[in-house]
Design a binder for this molecule. Sequence first.
Ligand code: APR
Length: 227
Amino acid sequence: MNIVVLTGAGMSAESGISTFRDSGGLWEKYPLEEVATPEAFRRNPELVLDFYNQRRKQIMEVSPNVAHLILADLEKHHNVQIITQNIDDLHERAGSTRVTHLHGEIRKVRSTTDPRLVYDLDGWELKMGDTCEKGSQLRPHIVWFGEMVPMIEVAQQITQQAEMLIIIGTSMAVYPAAGLVHYAPRHIPKFLIDPNETEVGYVDNLSLIRKPATIGIAELALQLQTK
Ligand code: APR
């Protein structure tokens, strides 16, 4: 079966990475206009680099949780495609092989003048003065607010092929990612795993599983086995 999984920050919450919009979330501590826009990078590049350096450092210190591992394990029996809004690499470290990152990847950096020049960063720190092979400053390989989402079309095509859609740990507040659910075929089963209420509107065949990612996906995987 083609299973498409759309994940958000709640997926990594149980690994110890804070979400963005829950109380105490990242955007409460750091106004996103100051750290996650192209204007912020122009105004105060050191602050923006430092913000992402701290995120990268933390992500390198934590591990995939049981929910990541269960999704990786599902590949043994199904064609699983993960579309994630997360910039961490926890799906990959858990063993998932088909992961599409909508909002970029924290472990990568790219040239500020040529977006095709993308590099793996050794270690956690990107500094002012670190340059690409053409001599331009490097920036985090992240989609900032106000920027295009280059992977959205690929993600839409993947979602159109879904025979089951599982959404995990996203407030569904950020577009175009939140709109992906409407690309899934109407008749297929859809599940939303999130302990809290989210902004998902009416979606055909949607079952809500109001549980943390680890418990919700364990229960769903068990159901899939018995089918
Ligand atoms: N298991 C599952 N879901 C959880 C858990 C958990 N243990 N803990 C929290 N959640 C849920 C919250 O209830 C919330 O619905 O995770 C969701 C997190 O929502 P956001 O913080 O808005 O994160 P996300 O939806 O991924 O944000 C989308 O916004 O700021 C940008 O680029 C950033 O990719 C991010 C995008």
